[in-house]
Design a protein around this ligand. Structure first.
Ligand code: AMP
Length: 547
């Protein structure tokens, strides 16, 4: 017997319809590429998303055709999130930090038909447009009178002229909730990138889950600043959860430096922010010497790479801001776990609580996770045993766009497919997961694994260290030994010996790195993560002391 409830597809258009009706006057504030601050409301956004949908109809774009963006976080990008997907097309957010050759490859692979880009990325578009035959319309996300001249890009139109010519009357179509809504290519450190193809159903369910109190805890009372880019995994789904909750949204545009972000937080009374650790590193680096404090910021989600405990501590103790450590990936829409305490933890000491809060956290309802050994058998949740982390759920990839890479899933005894994350982790008895490494970064010394994240976190707790990356170096006896590459904070000093002494008592003796290498910068990839492959290349002539 089937249930007798109404069967209404979960569609992205329903999110913006809801926001318009119930939170029509809630504000969306954006710093624009032009440098000024733009303000409007969800009501304005919804009307302009409908104009965009009409513009796409006029171009005779078919259902599921791809519309691409090369854009910062801002209101026009947000309109595309809803206008493109809501009208049944697929939004392809391209990461502008990738190499132009990779961008051209991705545009061709996705068969994008329209490309909308911020003026910042004009040189990039000029470099690739001739190599992108599928794109039939190039749109600059700017005012009609700001359209750059003599660009060499055929038929270049300004976004404002394009959608301005359209009516804001448009009835969002109804279709299968499993239809594709947006796509994002993985960073592809080895080989060509592969695309996760999200659906209306997966995105809407993820938006619901993300807003939950033990997840991102978003509400109509928040003023939310997503620093995490809209060009990578849909800014962790915040644009969708924002429409669902009606929170005020604040977009940083291209100004991602610590000073600009801090000023925006203060000016727009931001209560909630989200970003990768490097962004917050820059912001705290700006605030500390100037003795600045937050007036309204209360919570920040930090993820994308391991958040150093020293950062969680600094936010909490120095600035009264609660850090929510999050873990996820492109293939997971992206949220998998968030770290919040349980009721029984409230009576613990601050130090004990901090030990929990530095983990990557508990699974969200909708994400099943397990760790397995080399034989594929599940390992215990004891907080000590580590293994390959596998996940399954309705917002996790089943396969990649165009079947690239074959079937990525691993089947269990019941035939259910699990996605191997490529991360190595422990899970404790309370279900708190902690990443020890990417599987390809694991350091094996004398048959035992050393967590590079643990080694990095200790270095980052030293006041003179701004950034640390731990890699394994070949060793004739131990197979590999860890070394730590560090960047010093400006105006500080620390010697190799002092830093190695700093490890004493903080980790087992055999896990202490064999050496410290001082570098000017750690290579960072297109999604803000450390590029250890590149670091290893840079250190290819390095020899461990005594060898
Ligand atoms: P991406 O698909 O580019 O977003 O990268 C996903 C990967 O980033 C994950 O598989 C992890 O290796 C890493 N990652 C994301 N969040 C965290 C975190 N909180 N701690 C450690 N690693 C993380």
């Amino acid at each position: 017997m089937l249930g007798l409830m109404q069967s209404q597809p979960l569609l992205i258009s329903s999110l913006i319809e809801f926001a318009e009706r119930h939170h029509g006057d809630a504000e969306i504030v954006s710093r624009r590429v032009e440098g000024d601050i733009h303000r409007y409301t969800y009501r304005d956004l919804a009307a302009r998303a409908r104009r965009l949908a009409n513009a796409l109809d006029d171009l005779k774009l078919q259902f599921s055709d791809r519309v691409a963006t090369l854009a910062w976080n801002g209101y026009r990008h947000m309109e595309m999130y809803f206008g493109v997907s809501g009208s049944g097309r697929v939004l392809h957010t391209v990461n502008p930090r990738l190499h132009p050759d990779q961008i051209a490859w991705i545009i061709n692979h996705a068969e994008d038909q329209v490309m909308c880009f911020d003026a910042t990325f004009l040189p990039l578009v000029q470099a690739v447009h001739a190599r992108c035959p599928t794109v039939k319309k190039w749109v600059a996300l700017c005012d009609a009178d700001k359209l750059p001249a003599d660009t060499g890009i055929p038929g270049l139109t300004s976004y404002e002229a394009w959608i301005g010519a359209q009516s804001s009357d448009y009835a969002w179509p109804e279709f299968d909730e499993n239809s594709a809504s947006s796509m994002c290519y993985t960073s592809g450190t080895t080989g060509n990138p592969k695309a996760a193809l999200y659906s209306h159903r997966s995105t809407t369910l993820h938006a619901y889950a993300a807003a939950l109190p033990d997840v991102m805890c978003l509400s109509a009372r928040d003023s939310v600043l997503p620093v995490v880019p809209m060009f990578h995994v849909n800014a962790w789904g915040i644009p969708y959860s924002a429409a669902l909750t009606g929170c005020k949204l604040v977009f940083p545009g291209p100004a991602m430096d610590g000073k600009s972000i801090y000023e925006l937080i203060e000016a727009e009374k931001v209560s909630y922010a989200a970003g990768v650790p490097t962004v917050w590193q820059m912001m705290l680096g700006h605030m500390k010497p100037a003795g600045l404090k937050f007036s309204t910021l209360r919570r920040t989600v930090i993820g994308g790479s391991a958040c150093p405990p020293a950062m969680i501590h600094a936010f909490k103790e120095d600035y009264g801001v609660e850090v929510l450590h999050a873990w996820g990936m492109t293939e997971m829409s992206p949220l998998g776990t968030l770290c919040t305490l349980k009721n029984k933890h409230l009576v613990m000491s601050k130090d004990e609580q901090m030990k929990i809060l530095q983990k990557q956290g508990r699974a969200i309802y909708g994400v099943d996770m397990k760790i397995v050994g080399g034989d594929g058998n599940e390992l215990p949740w004891d907080g000590k045993t580590y293994g390959d982390l596998l996940v399954k759920g309705p917002w996790i990839v089943g396969s990649y766009f165009k079947g690239e890479g074959g079937d990525p899933l691993v089947r269990d005894a019941q035939g259910r497919g699990w996605f191997p994350t490529g991360d190595v982790a422990t899970i404790d008895a309370d279900g708190f997961m902690q990443i020890t490494d990417r599987s390809k970064d694991v350091i094996k010394s004398g048959g035992e694994w050393i967590s590079s994240i643990d080694i990095e976190n200790i270095a980052m707790a030293h006041p003179a260290i701004a950034m640390a990356a731990c890699v394994g170096m070949p060793h004739p006896k131990w197979d590999e030994r860890p070394i730590v590459a560090v960047v010093k904070r400006p105006g500080t000093e620390v010697t190799r010996e002092e830093l190695l002494a700093f490890y004493e008592g903080k980790t087992a003796k055999w896990q202490i790195p064999d050496d410290v290498v001082f570098v000017d910068a750690i290579p960072i990839g297109a999604t803000g993560k450390m590029l250890k492959t590149k670091l290893r290349e840079q250190l290819k002539d390095y020899k461990l002391p005594g060898l």
